[in-house]
Design a protein around this ligand. Sequence first.
Ligand code: UDP
Ligand code: MG
Length: 321
Amino acid sequence: MIDLSVVIPLYNEEESLPELCDWISRVTTSHGFSYEILLINDGSTDDSWKVIEGICSQNKAIKAVKFNRNYGKSAALDTGFKLANGQVIITMDADMQDSPDEIPELYRMIAEDGLDMVSGWKKKRHDPITKTVPSRFFNATTRMISGIKLHDFNCGLKAYKSDVVKNIKVYGEMHRYIPVIAKWHGFTKIGEKVVEHRKRKYGTTKFGIERFIYGFLDLLSITFVSKFKRRPMHFFGLLGTLSFFFGLLSASWLIWKKLEAIYILKVPVTREVVDQPLFFLALVAIIVGVQLFMAGFIGELLVINKAEKEEYLIIESIGLS
Ligand code: UDP
Ligand code: MG
């Protein structure tokens, strides 16, 4: 196993790649690391791949893959994680906003301090205010929901222990929540390092303002999924049962009241059951209850299917080879 894998997702970043790879190689070799650089070309439509072919032919430590189309940063990172051979994996944006000079210290924090992952913190940012202000809100919310004390969840510069990247799956747009995903997989030693953030030297940003809307929805779904993905019935089943019994009790009560009025109190004119709002509420509650229960049941079937393929990460054992 080599010391270090540097994973770089890239989408139309032809100008910065040669400079970036040179810089990384310089830093890693001067510190005596054995290393590889994994360039993940996420369906670039410019000449990035040509540039990459040139770089790879000069330095065998640089490897690259190319997607047939643009799948997004999460897919690129996930692929890089699968391919990485290093004991420590460092991810970095391709636009040179992250500085390779941070690599040695990040490596040290994982290899020597024993952290599972270290997230960069762009304390002093060179981004427009339309990005920095929503980002503060986003980080505060994520901090609150996840309980992870990081200032900057979405920093592209991060370092991981090999175990972490081999056991998590980054899908959709979830690259913003890798610390959260890691925590839920039991990797709780998450550190932070203030990193230098530079101006984008070439090209333009690949994410617009919609990142914050999708980002927020993703936070909801990741919270929800992580809590209930192995036991959907606990969520849907519980709500469904409550709703169903509320409906059933309300309907029974209405019927009982009607019977009581007719046969016990002998009231001459009684109110129709269907004239009462509670009746409709009861009806809806029963139907919704059954639907929720069914959703839980179907969810449970999906989970059983997946459970057969699931692997558990055993970190120590005694008496077994
Ligand atoms: N990126 C990618 N696929 C995409 C969008 C972005 O691989 O669909 C890469 C991009 O090339 C860059 C990194 O993800 O290396 C971060 O993107 P960007 O710099 O545009 O984000 P920002 O710094 O504005 O948050
Ligand atoms: Mg950038």
